[in-house]
Design a binder for this molecule. Structure first.
Ligand code: ATP
Ligand code: ZN
Length: 285
């Protein structure tokens, strides 16, 4: 039986979430991390555990059909495969930073200067676009210490909270790209593999939709029902049932996480009571 092969990071910032997303999609992975390959007993999927930097090339070379990597790594490798799905985790940005006491008036700052990075391809593309000639010094790790030891006058690296920059006396001056984990894949999968991939994507989307939504139950005075229903449209429309006490109804619906607190406030102002909010396990979208 043909199986879909997915490459995920063996150990690092993407590993745990990549494994978790498969598990939540009902794809069991027996003691994965210790091996190079594991085969799911519950889904036609084979998982390859690799260094993230190698994943784009392995997918290009058909060692794996799809893979999960940071968009930054995908962009750096410049391979000719596509993003299949944005995963919504491991969000970060790729930025230029300089010593904090330096004045900065724009990217021209870097003209003729030395920049340390592990991402020379993305950096070069940015500098070329801006018409800036700078010296790119490629190092494989601890880029943020380069200015402090006199190796470079600026750095180009991953930033998330910015605390690493601050503790190294640096300031972020240009955001070059935003990144998150992405699923990458070849466009020319066999029909069977395409089917498996579609099933996998369907399951992943259901898990993510569930995580982004909450089930809400509340009691509403009937004279405010119309306004309350307008606030919580739900997947189709809310369920409304009369309470034993006349003049009141119970309303059930689904609310997305990002609107959540604002809508709860408005519901209370409209006289909603006994509001219960319940996590959703899976949501079929
Ligand atoms: P490997 O040993 O597999 O080569 P690595 O050290 O290159 O691992 P990690 O540090 O595990 O890579 O980071 C993997 C990816 O996670 C990065 O390419 C980036 O997309 C994302 N990432 C890195 N740092 C952060 C951060 N601070 N916050 C959010 N995402 C991050
Ligand atoms: Zn890596």
């Amino acid at each position: 039986m043909e199986k879909l092969k997915i490459a995920i990071q063996k150990s690092g910032r993407l590993s745990e979430k990549s494994v978790a997303i498969l598990r939540e999609a009902g794809i069991a992975m027996p003691n994965g991390e210790r091996k190079l390959i594991s085969v799911s007993p519950t889904f036609p999927l084979e998982v390859l555990y690799l260094r993230d930097d190698d994943i784009p090339q392995y997918v290009t070379d058909r060692v794996a059909d799809i893979g999960i990597v940071g968009e930054n790594v995908f962009a750096e490798k410049g391979v000719d495969i596509s993003v299949v799905e944005r995963m919504g985790f491991s969000k970060c940005r790729m930025s230029l930073a300089i010593p904090k006491q330096q004045e900065y008036e724009g990217p021209q700052y870097f003209e003729g200067r030395k920049i340390a990075t592990s991402y020379p391809v993305i950096l070069k593309r940015f500098l070329d676009e801006k018409g800036i000639m700078a010296e790119i010094h490629e190092i494989s790790g601890s880029v943020e210490i380069a200015p402090g030891i006199g190796l470079a006058e600026g750095i180009f690296d991953i930033v998330s909270s910015g605390s690493t920059l601050i503790s190294n006396g640096l300031k972020e001056v240009e955001v070059v790209m935003q990144s998150e984990a992405v699923m990458i894949g070849r466009d020319d999968l066999s029909e069977r593999k395409r089917e498996i991939l579609n099933d996998l994507l369907f399951r992943m989307r259901s898990v993510r939709a569930a995580a982004n939504n909450k089930y809400i139950l509340l009691n509403a005075p009937n004279n405010k029902l119309e306004q309350i229903i307008a606030l919580i449209p739900g997947m189709k429309s809310p369920t409304v049932m009369p309470l034993a006490e006349s003049g009141w109804s119970s309303v059930h619906s689904v609310l997305s996480e990002d609107q959540f607190w604002q809508i709860i406030g408005e519901l209370r102002n409209l006289g909603a009571q006994g509001i219960l909010v319940i996590p959703i396990e899976k949501m079929i979208v």
